[in-house]
Ligand binder design. Structure first.
Ligand SMILES: Nc1ncnc2c1ncn2[C@@H]1O[C@H](COP(=O)(O)OP(=O)(O)OP(=O)(O)O)[C@@H](O)[C@H]1O
Ligand SMILES: [Mg+2]
Length: 232
């Protein structure tokens, strides 16, 4: 589904990513990306969405080389990412926002998304007036609209409590499976990542340390040293 070959990205003199190889073969899976601050996680997401041009390497979706494709082209072919979008249309209700995006993208089953993210209670509230945790759920729900084939989420649970984070990942997991969406999620709450992701990539200093199942990544000595610490 997604294949990344020998991907490198630099910002001037800063080598943010070097020689990354990554493959996510299946649909309907949640793939976590972890690593310390500055590891290159956001840069990886930006290189996949096309926001950031790689200095070398290639990105393939379903076998097609998309490295030189525009952000818009990628979006049209089914790539979606979350934005903190709840405040870009001030005054709109949660319903208005979701219905607007659903009609733009031809979403056949908005109810499924609204129910999965438990948004009924705030559906007719103004999106910028609801609680922070509810706003983050709306953001992720918006990114799910239109049945994307690949969904990229960069710290969707930032600022949420542990309970809210677990709930968000539970909702995400359910929908990813039900809709056959492949989702890449950057997250610092490692307990949530290890519990809900099917596979995980750990980065450090722009290098890929390991990709594997949660149980294997969690016990990988290099991941423990670079990121998890001895308590993990
Ligand atoms: N626009 C930029 N200009 C210059 N250097 C940048 C830029 N964005 C990121 N970097 C550098 O590239 C490296 C990777 O940054 P990146 O934001 O991808 O890390 P990250 O893993 O997402 O970190 P965090 O967990 O803090 O979000 C870091 O050394 C960072 O300082
Ligand atoms: Mg980041």
């Amino acid at each position: 589904m997604l294949r990344i070959e020998d991907l490198s990205v630099s910002y001037g003199n800063v080598q943010a990513l070097s020689g990354i190889h990554l493959e996510v073969k299946q649909r309907g899976v949640l793939h976590g990306v972890i690593g310390p601050n500055g590891a290159g996680k956001s840069t990886l997401m930006d290189a996949i969405t096309g926001r950031r041009k790689p200095t070398s390497g290639k990105v393939f979706i379903d076998g097609q080389d998309i490295t030189r494709r525009s952000v818009h082209w990628r979006r049209r072919m089914g790539m979606s990412r979350s934005f903190q979008r709840t405040s870009i249309f001030p005054g709109l209700t949660v319903r208005d926002q979701l219905e607007l995006v659903a009609s733009q993208l031809g979403e056949p089953n908005l109810d499924e998304i609204v129910d999965a993210f438990e948004l009924r209670a705030v559906y007719d509230e103004q999106a910028d007036s609801i609680a922070y945790g509810d706003q983050r759920r709306v953001d992720v729900a918006l990114a799910m609209v239109g049945k994307p084939s690949l969904l990229l989420l960069d710290e969707p649970a930032a600022g949420l409590s542990t309970t809210e984070t677990i709930a968000l990942f539970e909702h995400l997991r359910t929908l990813v499976e039900r809709r056959g969406v492949t989702a890449l999620v950057v997250e610092h709450d490692v307990d949530a990542v290890f519990r809900f992701c099917d596979s995980i990539t750990a980065l450090d200093l722009g290098q890929l340390i390991v990709t594997g199942k949660p149980v294997d990544v969690r016990s990988d000595q290099r991941v423990i040293t670079a990121y998890l610490g001895t308590a993990a």
